[in-house]
Design a protein around this ligand. Structure first.
Ligand code: CA
Length: 226
């Protein structure tokens, strides 16, 4: 999952970005409203965390512009203190949720997960079950039958993205866009390395094949777990 943080308080942006990166999200940071809008309108993000008081354009303006342009990425608004945020105005501009600063990181995580789940399937499964393959986004855990499978944060993020799109063919560049941040300018084939590691963990030991390679097109996670 790829997130954009639009926040001019550098330290806050860095701390939040570091925390989310450690959890396996791909995170980009924009320090003002215009840069944020430029990045967000590319549509590659799964979620935008948007501060309200920003140089350039404020958060309301950024959000309204995105919605005008048909970008439906979930937006979580950040506000400095009670009262600054006008909930009605925020929701009018198309924000999906908001959080008052200072917020606890745990609450931020929970809101992010809730918004991403809403976007994924409309419902909020705490565990995705594909046959005997279970993927638990909140705890970043994966099981095959009763066996716990240890994945790195990035491996989990790749698998989670395939799970969001279960049954569909997902291209390497889509995986790259959603799981790596824009500072990554290496080879798209890094995705192959991750897919191969994931297979070695969730498929090979169990004689299964949950992830199919569609030659020249991408990968597909089987709804029945392979
Ligand atoms: Ca600010």
């Amino acid at each position: 999952m790829r997130l954009l943080i639009v926040e001019d308080e550098k330290r806050l942006a860095e701390v939040v970005a570091a925390g989310l990166t450690a959890e396996g999200y791909a995170v980009d940071v924009a320090g003002d409203g215009r840069t944020g809008l430029t990045r967000a309108r590319t549509g590659v993000y799964d979620l935008v965390i948007l501060d309200i008081m920003l140089p350039g354009l404020n958060g309301y303006q950024v959000c309204a512009k995105l919605r005008e342009e048909g970008v439906d990425t979930p937006v979580l608004m950040l506000t400095a203190k009670d009262g600054e945020y006008d909930e009605a105005e925020g929701l009018d501009t198309g924000a999906d949720d908001y959080l008052t600063k200072p917020f606890s990181y745990v609450v931020l995580q929970a809101r992010i997960r809730a918004l991403l789940r809403r976007r994924g399937s409309g419902v909020a499964p705490s565990v995705w079950q594909f046959g005997d393959l279970a993927i638990e986004p909140a705890g970043k855990r994966c099981r095959r039958g009763d066996t716990e499978v240890g994945l790195t944060a990035k491996e989990f993020a790749v698998l989670e993205y395939l799970a969001h799109r279960v049954g569909e063919i997902v291209s390497k560049s889509e995986i790259l866009e959603h799981v790596w941040d824009f500072t990554y300018d290496g080879d798209v084939n890094i995705v192959e390395v991750y897919i191969s590691n994931i297979r070695r963990k969730i498929d090979t030991p169990f004689g299964r094949s949950a992830i199919t390679t569609m030659r020249g097109a991408g990968y597909r996670l089987a709804a029945d777990g392979g």
